[in-house]
Design a protein. Structure first.
Length: 588
């Protein structure tokens, strides 16, 4: 069915003659067949958001509906790829049209010519249900791609055979109880605005190891959890997202560059192929899907890019994998919503954002979680959703930040003053919080007994430092008691020797839970021994100047495999040196 354009307003196009079309249908606009999606229907008039540049488009041009909602193609070939907001493969488009992407280019999301080696996991005569694994494809060295029975299909396998296939060739035939035969290929299509189904959703109970000490120790996020990273310009949101993408102990990373600067996406493209996955030793790109809809690309596609990313993540989750979705940033996505809402002449909400902003954010974050997947093998998968928020001027009281904070359970508040002081990650330990601390306590207690007690003690010292600093500003540090001066010294060690990390140093870019536990224990053991020595007459100057104190400052740079013995040696040296000072104090 086709209609005619009556109005063009930036990315919004109004067309008539589309009485049989539906909201969310994909349309092709104009002679260049620009891709768009219907937002509103009034009689036979449709309001369409066009995902490409509309310059040169005018009234009278034809609009053709496809009759299907905006969907993504799911199958082998997703990993290592880079897509735009509506899942067009940018690498293949560049090969076809050159570095400047032409409008209206139609390239399939999954390569139809590439041959994949399919290994059957069931045989003819087996009974299968939606979500059951029919076979596997070794998509990359790091990831085994599971070919599943499509949702809504179940029955008896009539035929299946391993071998070499393209994604659109039939690999199996399933006959349902009504006698209908379903040709199953390695590729599925799924509408992006509809969450993929699962059997059961669980409370997250395992932490996601990011390798960043301020996150894992003070403000942990669970696998299947939700987190927001708000902060002003220049505070390191993108760096935090990059670190999470590089080091998090998840199987798949879906990185959505939504409305941020193009050079940041370039950094990802340049860095990730060169980085080694710490678990497999292969390139990090082999378990990564990149979605780029940068600030110079069409604004309407930003809105779609978020849903494209989370749908791809759900597909890998359904295979039983742990997936991290990193959106940078949801503020730019919200700005795209605001622009389209304004052009639709909808009633604006706070600061011009649409009234449905909070519900759209919730729809996105609620697709995260730990689930039991469809199928008979009871496999579990998870999606951890982490969104950067870029509030104007760093004001977290604005609508996007506030709506996000009401939904997510972890808040990593970035602080520009820490960033300017070259303290990275610039996460402020006084304004950040994690609501997963109690949920994850059982895991920490079972794996690292005493970890949570150390964490609570460190948090108390850092909070006490803040109140002591107010006193220091008024009367100076020398007027404080010896115990308070010890608190300030320990807090300084926690900040500089534990929380601060250097992403450019291999030894310090990533810390395992064990290393974090031992390093934190070393610093707090120093605090404990010093306080005991002070009670026996030892002086602060001597305690702060012991050689072991300097070794503690460099302890975070010790390589994995060596830190266990060196930390034990430092602690032994520390005890001996403090014991000497204590003996000297008692003699006096």
């Amino acid at each position: 069915m086709s209609g005619t354009i009556t109005k063009v307003s930036g990315p919004l196009v109004v067309a008539t003659g589309l009485a049989d079309a539906n909201v969310s249908d994909v349309v092709r606009v104009g002679s260049q067949r620009l891709i768009g999606e219907i937002l509103q229907m009034k009689g036979d008039s449709a309001s369409i958001q066009v995902y490409e540049e509309t310059s040169g488009l005018g009234p009278g041009a034809a609009v053709e509906t496809t009759g299907t909602p905006l969907s993504v193609e799911l199958g082998p070939g997703l990993l290592t790829n880079i897509y735009d907001g509506i899942q067009r493969p940018l690498t293949e488009i560049r090969d076809a049209t050159g570095d400047t992407i032409a409008r209206g280019v139609e390239v399939p999301s999954l390569n139809r010519k590439k041959i994949w080696e399919f290994t059957a996991a069931v045989k003819a005569g087996d009974v299968v249900k939606s979500g059951d694994v029919l076979g596997t494809v070794q998509e990359t060295a790091a990831i085994l791609h599971k070919i599943m029975v499509p949702v809504g299909v179940s029955g008896v396998v009539q035929s299946i055979s391993g071998g070499k296939y393209t994604v659109d060739e039939t690999v199996a035939v399933v006959k349902d109880d009504k006698g209908n035969e379903h040709q199953v290929t390695m590729m599925q299509r799924w509408p992006v605005r509809v969450a993929r189904p699962y059997k059961h959703k669980y409370m997250p109970s395992r932490p996601m190891n990011s390798g960043q000490r301020v996150i894992d120790t003070l403000f942990p996020i669970a696998k299947g959890g939700t987190a927001a990273v708000p902060g002003p310009f220049g505070s390191g949101k993108t760096v935090v997202q990059h670190q999470l993408a590089k080091w998090s102990d998840v199987d798949i990373v879906v990185y959505i560059g939504c409305g941020e600067r193009g050079n940041e996406m370039t950094d990802v493209l340049m860095e990730f192929p060169e980085l080694k996955d710490p678990r497999s030793g292969e390139s990090l790109m082999q378990r990564t899907v990149l979605i780029a809809n940068t600030s110079d690309m069409p604004v309407a596609a930003r809105e779609a890019s978020i849903y494209t990313g989370i749908t791809i993540a759900e597909y890998f989750r359904d295979m039983g994998y742990d997936v991290a979705v990193l959106a940078d940033s949801t503020s730019r996505w919200a700005e795209a919503l605001r622009e389209m809402s304004g052009r639709l002449e909808e009633m604006p909400g706070e600061e011009g954002y649409p009234a449905y902003l909070a519900s759209r954010l919730a729809q996105y974050y609620e697709r995260a979680g730990v689930v039991e997947c469809l199928g008979t093998d009871s496999r579990q998968g998870s999606i951890t959703a982490i969104g950067a928020v870029s509030p104007p001027g760093g004001d977290t009281s604005e609508p996007v930040s506030q709506s996000t904070m009401r939904i997510v359970k972890v808040f990593w508040g970035l602080d520009s003053s820490l960033a300017y002081a070259r303290h990275f990650p610039a996460i402020n330990w006084l304004t950040s919080y994690s609501l997963y601390v109690d949920t994850l306590k059982d895991w920490y207690d079972s794996q690292f007994p005493g970890f949570m007690a150390l964490r609570d003690k460190a948090m108390a010292i850092l909070q006490e430092e803040e109140s002591l600093n107010e006193i220091v500003k008024l009367v100076g540090r020398d007027s404080l008691s010896a115990a308070d001066q010890m608190t300030l010294e320990t807090a300084k060690m926690l900040r500089e020797d534990f929380l601060q990390q250097n992403a450019f140093m291999d030894e310090d870019a990533y810390s395992s839970y064990d290393k974090q536990f031992r390093l934190l224990g070393l610093i707090l053991r120093y605090d404990e021994l010093c306080r005991e020595a002070m009670n026996k007459g030892a002086g602060l100057d001597g305690l702060f100047a012991i050689p072991a104190r300097e070794r503690i400052g460099r302890a975070k740079m010790i390589l994995p495999g060596k830190y266990e013995s060196e930390y034990a040696e430092i602690e032994e040296q520390m005890q001996q040196q403090i014991r000497k000072l204590t003996a000297g104090g008692e003699d006096q």
